[in-house]
Design a protein around this ligand. Sequence first.
Ligand SMILES: [Zn+2]
Length: 328
Amino acid sequence: MTKRRIYALSGNSTFALEARKQLIELLLRQDKAIQQLFIQNADELAAEIRKYEVSGNAYQLNEVIDKLLQQQASKLEEGLTLILLDGLQASIEAGIHQSKQATLRVLNRAGIDWKPMERSFLRQHTKAVEAMETRTIKGLNLSDRIWGQSRKTRDAIGSVVREAIATGEHPYRVAEMLEQYVRNGAGSLVSDYPNMIERLEGNIPMNLSYESLRLARTEMAAAFGEATRQAAELNPSNKGIQWSLSNAGVACDKCIGIAGHNEGKGEGVYSLETLPEYPAHPNCLCDLSEVTEGVEDFVDRLIEWMANPLEHQDIERWYQTVYKTEDI
Ligand SMILES: [Zn+2]
């Protein structure tokens, strides 16, 4: 076989940039949605608590607070689930984007019917969503992890509210504290309630939504990574996946090691089998992009292959095992 420029990224780099942009826009949108959800959720609870102002009877509040907390925890769980499932659709779409566009383009250029492959990528999308929903970490699936976050939030809010009730705060003040906690963090309560926050310190998160935000970002990154890897399996011109550091310049040693590793395909370029688990850690900002054979070269090879399948056995193998089997 003739020697070809196999690591020419340029032909498909626009698709990689588009995919990266889709993921980053999703993360920003999702962060905002989660923060808003937390504020709305705490505000609803604060409004309930304020109803007890009229009677001014904190004891009454004490009797219903468990029920109110549980009610809001269920709503938070529901809201987080909707946001994350919505986000999975978008992150998987982003992960598939580069391989899909690159594949359809070379097939189109070579005059090969690309519709079967478009359907394959669509099926890949559905499979990736299912895989993410059922993926377990330490025995917990996605809905268990969301439930865990809702419960932790309930417990943190519960600690603050109960402590405030116990110290005899008026329900109106309890409601105010809650509104402040969810917006500005526990630290913002210190000047007004120094003793209370000191007693609670270590038991409540300083930032109420921090862990949920982190969970959501990690799930989205994992979905993007899995979709990128699976979609690359469908692309006949795939040569590997490149792990690159973000240009924010904040990479940790682990990520620097992964992005600098060279198994003979170029720096940070892995085969689909050897690609390390992505993200490497929560809040990892690294990027994954597909490395493909140069577009012109590959189109030439496709045309040669159509004339004589034996000439390009890698393409013939892809045709038999991917293209044909997916066209059912
Ligand atoms: Zn990283």
